[in-house]
Design a protein around this ligand. Sequence first.
Ligand SMILES: Cc1ncc(COP(=O)(O)O)c(C=O)c1O
Length: 308
Amino acid sequence: MASIDVMSGSVGDGSASTAERGIEPTASARLLSTGSIWVDDSLVPAGRASVSAMDHGLVTGDGVFEAVEIRDGRTFALGRHLARMCRSAAGLGLTSPPVERVREAVGALLEAEPVDHGVLRITWTGGPGPLGSGRVQGKPTLVVAAAPVPLPPPTEEVWVVPWCRNEKGALTGLKTTSYAENVRSLAYARERGAGEALLANTVGHLCEGTGSNVFVVAKGDVLTPPLSSGCLAGITRELLREVFPAVLDCDMPLSALTEADEVFLTSTGRHVQAVAKVDGQVLPNAPGPVTRAAADAFARLRSVTDEP
Ligand SMILES: Cc1ncc(COP(=O)(O)O)c(C=O)c1O
């Protein structure tokens, strides 16, 4: 049966190795040769991990996912990520992920594949379906994979892309596998020497990054776009606001970025990260005192609990 290699996205019959298919030995590809991946109900060697070529998650992006931080071999804020995954699935009209089975899968994977610092990716799709948008109520697909990633650098450069987030779309605020707009936007930013792309929404207000939320420090206020701007309800955004309550929701024009005293990003992978340049323009403080205080508050939280 035709199948999709869940780490590389290549189609195969399970017999060809990564090297035989000529895939670059990236961190993910390296994981293929040595690691294990949970698919549906069991852990399988990564080189043999596959899902159906008819999976609706592949054919249409009909799926949801979470990226969870692994530190010292343990997950951080898994409970919040699973709760968001259930909300995303409900918003997409997918069957709710079986939270206990997902927890079991995560436990089994991290036991088999100890990762010091990395990312755990949980993907839940509509499962095999037709070659179009119509969904059949089939058996959903669950994939849980992990890979080591380095700790985030203290600063990042961002580039504002010419495309926008649709704050009124059917998928707004959901973490779905329809991420190609983010892929395109990040590639655009990287071509210009930046490490993250920022997007405005349809009315020109600052919204978010491809994989991060954005905060602006201006005249003593710490501001972040509201969820109504179309941004994802980031777990890091949410946690930071609990330990650093000075933050206010605020719709802002894009010019707020270059007029700001400080700008920072938050995400599972970045934690609290200062922005050093916007569209090539150097910002005066990176990290400035407010970003430092926010990063410290978040670091303190991370040091005292795995399940905030
Ligand atoms: C579009 C988008 N916005 C924001 C975030 C930040 O969310 P979190 O803090 O939960 O990682 C992400 C995370 O990947 C994202 O994909």
